[in-house]
Design a protein around this ligand. Structure first.
Ligand code: NAD
Ligand code: IPM
Ligand code: MN
Length: 352
């Protein structure tokens, strides 16, 4: 089994260190770890955010574990040189179109959520975000406008093929968990969304046992906070999924708790090839201060064990250890406590 570790920037290396300690403690036989550069760290060392060596490494392993990329000092670079291009490039080049972002409150930890306890207890959703299309990957640019000032554009588009394959991912997940499927779009305004909705309705014919509904993204944001129990599997596009998943993480308690898996179609000897990362970024405001919550990173490792290595038991051990560590009070500043990054890692290791 081979895993590539890509720590990246800001708090990325800090939370990666804790995930690595958890992985070491599992003592998986026959596991080889590789480490590669991405983001601003890679730009400084190689002159580009996603070096060829890193991409090659990602192609030869069973799974990639990524920290985060992004650095304010790079925000004025030409776009193709910015750290964020590393993660966008990996997703696109590796065909990782299905981003799974589970948001649920661990039993007994409802008090960590800003929602009313009764609503928090019922929050148990899986966001299925399309990851390699939408306005993220359309043509973009700037030009002179008719009045002599500038204008910028980014084209939003989805092909039926792209919508169909992510819809199948979401329907399969809903069928497996027995939850309803809610497709989130903006079909009242966007033609891209109308095609999205029509395609989802077509795909639904293959899944007669799955209850399906459609909701506009603005209403979805509101309903998620008001009554999250309405949602089970949530299927949505790249941009809406990005925004709704940060919102969902706040409902759980902190963005420092929310993990993700990005999957495609490639199978390995042990499961599905994937890239795993917390949904948060490099958090430059708290980097280097032992303030980052490493649990989203550690929970991303659990997803890697389950989906790419077929290690369900170990994944459950890690998730159980995280839950017990939180219950025992391993709360970082993001959750109203004062435990540091290393201290939270220690608490998980102690429970493991
Ligand atoms: P962010 O997620 O980095 O931070 C948002 C807020 O949440 C900050 O106040 C931060 O301190 C806090 N936060 C984030 N993760 C935390 C953790 N584990 N523990 C405690 N607090 C945490 O988002 P941002 O500030 O909008 O972006 C910062 C940089 O990260 C930008 O360059 C952005 O492009 C990049 N980014 C990268 C990824 C990725 O690598 N997948 C994701 C999002 C943003
Ligand atoms: C995420 C991030 C990325 C995204 C950025 C850094 C490109 O916000 O993984 O959620 O928008 O997909
Ligand atoms: Mn995001």
């Amino acid at each position: 089994m081979k895993i590539a570790l890509l720590p990246g920037d800001g708090i990325g290396p800090e939370v990666m260190d804790e995930a690595r300690r958890v992985l070491d403690a599992l003592r998986l036989p026959g596991l080889t770890l590789f480490e590669g550069d991405v983001g601003a760290a890679a730009y400084r060392r190689h002159g580009r955010p996603l070096p060829e060596e890193t991409l090659k490494m990602a192609r030869k392993v069973d799974a990639v574990l990524m920290g985060a990329v992004g650095d304010p000092s790079c925000d004025t670079l030409e776009r193709h040189l910015r750290p964020e291009q590393a993660i966008l490039g990996l997703r696109k080049e590796l065909g990782l179109f299905a981003n799974l972002r589970p948001a649920s409150v661990f039993e007994g930890l409802e008090h960590l959520s800003p929602l009313k306890p009764n609503a928090a207890r019922k929050l148990d959703m899986l966001i299925v975000r399309e990851l390699t299309g939408d306005v993220y990957f359309g043509d973009k640019g700037r030009r002179e406008a008719a009045d002599g000032t500038h204008e910028g554009w980014d084209i939003m588009s989805y092909s039926e093929t792209e919508v169909r394959r992510i819809a199948h991912t979401a329907f399969r997940a809903a069928k497996q968990s027995g939850q309803r499927l809610t497709s989130v779009d903006k079909a009242n305004v966007l033609e891209t969304s109308q095609l999205w909705r029509d395609t989802v309705i077509e795909v639904a014919k293959d899944y007669p046992d799955v209850a399906l509904d459609h909701i506009y993204v603005d209403n979805a944001a509101m309903q998620l906070v008001r009554a999250p129990e309405q949602f089970g599997v949530v299927l949505t596009g790249n941009l809406f999924g990005d925004i709704l998943s940060d919102l969902a993480s706040a409902c759980v308690g902190s963005i420092g708790l929310m993990a993700s898996a990005s999957l495609g179609e490639r199978q390995t000897d042990y499961g599905t090839f994937g890239l795993y990362e917390p949904i948060h970024g490099s958090a430059p405001d708290i980097a280097g201060q032992d303030l980052a919550n490493p649990l989203a990173m550690i929970l991303s490792l659990a997803m890697l064990l389950r989906h790419s290595l077929g290690r369900t038991e170990e994944a459950e051990w890690v998730e159980g250890a995280v839950q017990r560590a939180l219950a025992a009070g391993a709360l970082g500043r993001d959750l109203g406590g004062n435990a540091g990054t290393r201290e939270i890692g220690d608490a998980v290791l102690a429970q493991l």
